[in-house]
Design a protein around this ligand. Structure first.
Ligand SMILES: *Cc1c(COP(=O)(O)O)cnc(C)c1O
Length: 370
C-alpha cells in the first residue's frame, strides 16, 4: 500500500464534461469559461474576475493591475510557496519578507513597520493551508501605511472569515487551480476584485492590450493569459464537488487529531477561531520531524515538509534578507512541520495506517534511533 501526499479527485463526470467541449468544437476560452467565471464569482462574492493560466501568473497579473513594477517593494510572508514571491519579482519589484505567527503560520504585521520604505506599495497576505490570515490586522496595517492589499488565496477556495470569502477582502485576490488545490482544473488561476478600474486593467493586460478579441488595434501593451474551455468544463464539475471535498478533508484532519492526540511530541496546525478551515494540508508540528518523514517514506507513506523559509532561499540570496534572527517562526515551521497525506479519496483505513506508523516511530523502541 503506497499512500501519496495527494491524489486529485477527478473522474467520469470531468471526463464527460471534456468530451462535451469536443462535441461543441470550442476548446479555447469561450462559453464554458464564461459559465465557470459566473460560478466562481457567485462562490467568492466579488463583482469581477478574470482567468489566468496558473496561480503564479494570476498573482503577477494582479500585481500589474495594481501598478506594481520596478523599484517598488511588496511585503510577502516568509512562509509561503515560492510563487508568491517570484510573482513579485516578475513585475520587477522586490519581495520583502515578513515573519508569520506560530499557531497557523499566517502573516504577522506586528513587527513589519521597520520593513517599510518609500517604495513599499503593497502587502500580500497568503492564506496558508486552507484558512485565512488575520485580515483585520492586515487591513489596519495597510490603511495606516497606504498600501494596496493583494491576497494570495491559492490554498483557500471555499474558505470564509467572518462571512467573507478568501480573496474578497483586499484590492485584489488570486486563486490557483493546480492539480493539488482544493478545486482543480489541472492548471489554472483566477483574479478577483470589486474595483472597476483594476478590473479594466486586468482585462487589457490579459487580452493583448485590448478589450475584445478579434480587433487588431491595441491601445495598450498586454499579453495572453487565456485558459481553455476544456479546463473550465472540468472546473464547473469541481465546484459541484467542493462541499464534499470540504467535508472529507475536515473529517480526515479530525481523525488525525483524534488518533494522534495521545502523542506528547505532536501539536497541530491551529486556525483562528474567526476563520473557517478546509484543511488544504494536514499539518502537524512535532519533534524530530525530518526523521519522522524518513521513517514514513520507508513505510510507503509520502509526507511533505512545511515551506522552506523564503529568506533562506538560494534564489533570493541577492535580496540580502537572509537573517535567521528575524524569522524564528518560519524556521520553527520548517524544522518541526510535517504535512500528512490528505485528499478526498484517502480512506479512513489509510489514515489509520499513517497514524499507526507515526505511533510506531514515537514508541520507546524506535524513537530517536532512526
Ligand atoms: C499553488 C500556489 C501558488 C502558485 O499557483 P500555481 O498555479 O502553481 O502557479 C501560489 N501561492 C500559493 C500559496 C500556492 O499554494
Amino acid at each position: 500500500m503506497h499512500i501519496p501526499q495527494f491524489s486529485p479527485w477527478i473522474g467520469d463526470e470531468e471526463y464527460q464534461a471534456i468530451a462535451s467541449c469536443f462535441k461543441h468544437n470550442w476548446i479555447t476560452e469561450g462559453p464554458e469559461s464564461k459559465k465557470f467565471e459566473k460560478k466562481l464569482l457567485h462562490l467568492i462574492g466579488t463583482r469581477f474576475g478574470v482567468f489566468a493560466p496558473n496561480g503564479t501568473l494570476a498573482l503577477y497579473l494582479g500585481l500589474r493591475a495594481l501598478g506594481i513594477g520596478p523599484r517598488d517593494e511588496v511585503l510577502v510572508p516568509d512562509f509561503t510557496f515560492i510563487g508568491s514571491a517570484t510573482a513579485v519579482e516578475m513585475t520587477g519589484a522586490k519581495p520583502i519578507f515578513v515573519e508569520v505567527n506560530r499557531r497557523n503560520f499566517q502573516i504577522d504585521c506586528s513587527n513589519a513597520k521597520r520593513l517599510l520604505t518609500r517604495n513599499t506599495k503593497a502587502i500580500m497576505p497568503v492564506h496558508i493551508y486552507g484558512t485565512i490570515a488575520d485580515m483585520d490586522q492586515v487591513h489596519a496595517f495597510a490603511k495606516t501605511h497606504s498600501l494596496h492589499v493583494i491576497e494570495d488565496a491559492a490554498q483557500a477556495i471555499g474558505v470564509h472569515r467572518n462571512g467573507v470569502h478568501a480573496g474578497a477582502f483586499g484590492d485584489i485576490g488570486t486563486f490557483s487551480f493546480f492539480a493539488d488545490k482544493t478545486l482543480t482544473t489541472g492548471e489554472g488561476g483566477f483574479v478577483v476584485t470589486n474595483n472597476e478600474t483594476f478590473y479594466d486593467r486586468l482585462l487589457y493586460l490579459r487580452n493583448q492590450g485590448r478589450r475584445e478579441r478579434g480587433s487588431f488595434i491595441h491601445p495598450e501593451i498586454g499579453y495572453n493569459f487565456r485558459i481553455t474551455d476544456i479546463q473550465s468544463a472540468v472546473g464547473i464539475i469541481q465546484i459541484q464537488k467542493l462541499n464534499e471535498v470540504k467535508k472529507r478533508k475536515k473529517h480526515i484532519a479530525d481523525r488525525y487529531r483524534e488518533l494522534l492526540a495521545a502523542i506528547p511530541y505532536i501539536t497541530f496546525f491551529e486556525p483562528d477561531k474567526e476563520a473557517e478551515w478546509i484543511p488544504f494540508r494536514a499539518g502537524i508540528l512535532c519533534d524530530h520531524a525530518h526523521e519522522l518523514m524518513r521513517f514514513l517514506k520507508k513505510r510507503n507513506v509520502e509526507p511533505r515538509t512545511f515551506f522552506y523559509p523564503l529568506h533562506r532561499q538560494p534564489c533570493f540570496a541577492y535580496l540580502n534578507q537572509n537573517n535567521d534572527a528575524l524569522f524564528p517562526n518560519t524556521i520553527f515551521g520548517y524544522e518541526h512541520g510535517v504535512c500528512l497525506p490528505t485528499f478526498p479519496t484517502l480512506t479512513d483505513k489509510q489514515v489509520m495506517y499513517v497514524c499507526h506508523v507515526i505511533k510506531q516511530f514515537y514508541s520507546h523502541e524506535n524513537y530517536g534511533k532512526q
